[in-house]
Design a protein around this ligand. Structure first.
Ligand code: PEP
Ligand code: MG
Length: 828
């Protein structure tokens, strides 16, 4: 739990040490921040109560509803004014809300009579709360965050008086809180112990073995959760679950949702949607309608109903387990999540209670599932709400077995486009056998399991299309453009022919691209553009090499560091980097230094919970704060042979000093290791600061590589992991493109090359623009390498420059995409 104390007045915040009064500067009254006032009204810094108001109204003490005790002392030696110039606006004992005026003071009177106007704001109960972050050396406005507090010793193991229960608070490092996959892992871990284990958060508690109960806790990144364990092996269970909760449980490697784009303006006859899986498709609509499954209310006796439920559940479990066995990648992990949900003790216990009260197995199962759905919806967390579909899926499958009603979706004609209000993961898995050409859903979100499954199977899909989709009837002709984000129903013959031609060209291009994948890439007018691949694991390196990658522009080295409880050793790292270098047979390998923090936390690097992790300890800031970790990684990279094949890339750079520190360390280590040959050190351009100072960075960096994923979130001020803004996080936004243009221009003036290793390098619509802006290295996902080479070969740099110049003048990402679409049509 962290608490925010907002500024009680507008002014300049400085360290408490700077107050010219030892009582405050030496923290005799407590720790805090001092504010040089620019305003004459003190307001409440939190919701709470006035505990003391000095008679002369120059100081006020308050207690927040959580128990934080704060003193605000206006000016120094102001007690001597005996109230002159101060107007109290509240009385002791009065309840106040954040922002309520407390004291008004006449700045001129007080300034002339007092030693100083500086106003210490002090936390006086330091034994209970510690300051984890404070604003200093900056301007603060009234009610802006001044200090973040955390309760002291919140994470110690506590034991109940009779010794039977142990508990510990933990701050969640999971990027999206406890959602389906982490809940399944917690359940798995808990099942290895005898102890009863409960997680408590925000007044709710959930059995650690129950996925649904854990989901219903509605936790988010940075939340505090208390783990309680009771029973024989309680201590071991507690420490295992706490360790798990402190880790990121590999969530940073979870399949990323496909990028969604801003919905473009629609032509008549088009229905817009959010892109869940990109691509093009045409075919007849195959409408899927869900039929309700009727269940009897009354049971035939508790024994009979309980046995029926268990056997139905076992049948569904066997079916899903068989599918999980046959599936791979994202499909397999969705199946495993369903298996964990199905075995959820909370669901079974809830159904059992209903059966004991006389309900039929089906009625009881439906009742408990719907209770859990209501709880998930009640969390208001979009990630959790998207899991509702998984519960409905299991509800229907179990009811199907119990009643004999058909729940598997009927097969559709191959090549049809599936149209439905919603689609359940199991239905998609069944229907995939009919090879649908595409999917259009009225509901759903871009991070739902159905979206992830479609992307994994390469089926173009639009979701969240709304009621406009009702107008599409079974058999209607559809043109699905899941690159522009719309579907055209009943198109004109001309539109149909144009789309068919586009699809055919796409197929031919793909085949031709594959045939030429191994050749070096030059534009049509002979400019060398290197097409590299991004690598997340050692296995990816072989895939990249086989796909024709001319090197790796981004080895996400954090794959070695995440999801474990100890940092990898130098030898372990060296072996991994050497294996990647060997797989790429002498081609350049750009290893990005450890990029953790923010959405990629690790349990063994102590980082306090942050209000805003994306703007906190991330990337190179973490590495520089842990020099031993950085040095080990650099040694491991420098040991790779041949020397120089591995280049070093620094993430989340904001200025030259970070590059200089890493360069100095690399040079020292080269000296110590007897490495005479040069080793390139480059920087990632992921922050507006780095883009704006690209000339300064390029003066000393060997190369610049643009991380468009982060650059986009920081330029647009939209969290890349927040589904609420997913539709807007588009790197084709002209503001992002202008940052890329500036970076290329500034780097070219210093003779440095610029690459792109963010998601934009894997977006076919973006490549002509990037080449036109001056990017000469593109590092894409391995599966896109061949196509990227083909696109670049079809371009002249001159045409690309004109196109890029027009893109920079667009007013929105949608306009850029429309322009890119038109360029693609004419250029190919
Ligand atoms: C980026 O930000 O574009 C990037 C490549 O880094 P990551 O996606 O790993 O943060
Ligand atoms: Mg990044």
């Amino acid at each position: 739990m962290s608490l925010i104390v907002t500024s009680p007045l507008r002014g300049w915040a400085s360290a408490i040490d700077s107050v010219p009064d030892p009582v405050f500067a030496q923290r005799m009254m407590g720790d805090g921040v001092a504010i040089q006032p620019l305003d004459d009204t003190i307001v409440a810094p939190f919701d709470g109560e006035v505990t003391t108001l000095h008679d002369s109204a120059h100081a006020i003490a308050l207690r927040s509803t959580e128990g934080v005790e704060l003193l605000i002392h206006i000016g120094l030696d102001t007690v001597a004014l005996k109230g002159r110039g101060f107007t109290p606006l509240v009385a002791p004992g009065q309840s106040v809300a954040r922002g309520d005026p407390l004291i008004r003071f006449d700045m001129d009177t007080v300034a002339l009579a007092a030693a100083s106007l500086i106003t210490p704001v002090i936390v006086t109960n330091a034994e209970a709360f510690t300051i984890t972050r404070r604003a200093v050396d900056c301007a603060v406005g009234t009610c802006e965050a001044l200090m973040t507090l955390a309760p002291v010793a919140g994470e110690a193991v506590r034991r109940s008086d009779d010794g039977t229960l142990v508990e510990q608070a933990v701050t969640l490092s999971l990027p999206h809180g406890i959602h389906a996959r982490p809940a399944a892992r917690i359940g798995e871990c808990a099942r290895g112990f005898q102890a009863d284990i409960q997680l408590v958060h925000g007044g709710k508690r959930g059995d650690a073995r129950s996925t649904v109960a854990l989901l219903a806790l509605g936790t988010r990144f940075g939340d505090e959760v208390t783990v309680q364990a009771c029973g024989d092996d309680a201590e071991a269970a507690l420490s295992a679950i706490v360790a798990l909760l402190r880790s990121d449980m590999n969530e940073s490697k979870a399949p990323a949702p496909a990028p969604a784009v801003e919905t473009p303006a629609l032509a008549p006859g088009q229905i817009g949607g959010v892109i869940a899986s990109p691509g093009l498709a045409m075919g007849p609509a195959a409408r899927l309608r869900q039929t309700d499954i009727a269940v009897a209310r009354e049971g035939r006796g508790a024994e009979v109903e309980r046995a029926a439920l268990l056997s139905a559940r076992d049948a569904v479990r066997d079916r899903i387990a068989a599918r999980a066995e046959a599936a791979s990648g994202s499909a397999a992990s969705v199946m495993r999540a369903h298996l964990a949900l199905l075995d959820d003790p909370e669901l079974l216990a809830g159904a059992g209670r209903r059966i004991a009260e006389g309900a039929s197995a089906g009625f009881a199962w439906r009742g408990i599932v719907h209770d859990q759905i209501a709880a998930l919806r009640g969390t208001g967390n979009a990630h959790l709400i998207e899991r509702v579909d998984d519960l409905i899926d299991l509800e229907r499958q179990v009811l199907g077995v119990l009643t004999g009603a058909p729940v598997e979706a009927d097969a559709i004609a191959p090549g049809a486009i599936l149209v439905a209000d919603d689609l359940l993961p199991s239905q998609l898995v069944t229907l995939a056998a009919s090879r649908p050409a595409g999917v259009c859903l009225a509901h759903g979100g871009p991070t739902s399991h159905v979206a992830i499954l479609c992307a994994g199977m390469g089926i173009p899909a639009l979701v969240a299309m709304g009621t406009a989709l009702d107008a599409v009837a079974d058999g209607d002709d559809l043109l699905l453009d899941a690159e522009a984000g719309h579907v055209t129903a009943a198109p004109s013959p001309a539109a149909r022919d144009a789309f068919a031609a586009r699809l055919a060209r796409r197929g031919e291009r793909r085949a031709a691209a594959q045939a030429a994948a191994a050749e070096a890439c030059h534009s049509a007018d002979g400019t060398r553009i290197e097409i590299f691949a991004n690598i997340g694991t050692v296995e990816d390196a072989a895939l990249a090499a086989a796909s024709g990658a001319e090197g790796s522009g981004l080895v996400r080295s954090e794959f070695l560091f995440l999801g474990r409880d100890r940092a990898p050793s130098e030898d372990e790292q060296h072996a991994a980097y050497q294996a990647i270098a060997d797989a790429l047979a002498g081609k350049p390998v750009i290893v990005r230094l450890l990029d953790i923090g923010g959405d990629k936390p690790t349990p063994y690097i102590a980082m306090p919970a942050e209000e805003n992790p994306a703007l906190g300890q991330r990337g190179i800031r973490v590495a520089l704060a842990h020099p031993a970790l950085l040095e080990t990684q650099l040694r491991a990279i420098l040991r790779v042979r041949p020397v120089g094949q591995c280049r070093i890339m620094i993430p989340m750079v904001t200025g030259l000093s970070e590059l200089r520190q890493v360069r100095a360390l690399v040079d020292r280590l080269r000296g110590e290791m007897g490495i005479a040959g040069p080793v390139e050190v480059g920087v990632m351009i992921e922050t507006p600061a780095a883009a704006a100072t690209a000339d300064l960075l390029a003066a000393e960096a060997d190369f610049l590589s643009i991380g468009t994923n982060d650059l986009t979130q920081y330029v647009l001020a939209m969290d890349r992991g927040n589904p609420a803004v997913a539709a807007g996080v588009d790197a084709m936004h002209p503001a992002v493109l202008r940052m890329i243009a500036d970076t290329c221009r500034l780097a070219a003036a210093r003779g440095r090359w610029v690459g792109v290793c963010g998601g934009l390098a894997s977006d076919p619509a973006a490549l002509p623009i990037l080449v036109g802006l001056g990017v000469t290295e593109l590092s894409a996902v391995p599966g896109f390498v061949a196509e990227a080479k083909a696109i670049v070969r079809s371009l002249t740099v001159e045409a690309a420059r004109g196109h890029a110049a027009r893109a920079l003048q667009c007013t929105s990402a949608a306009e850029v995409r429309a322009l890119a679409h038109a360029f693609g049509e004419t250029a190919t």
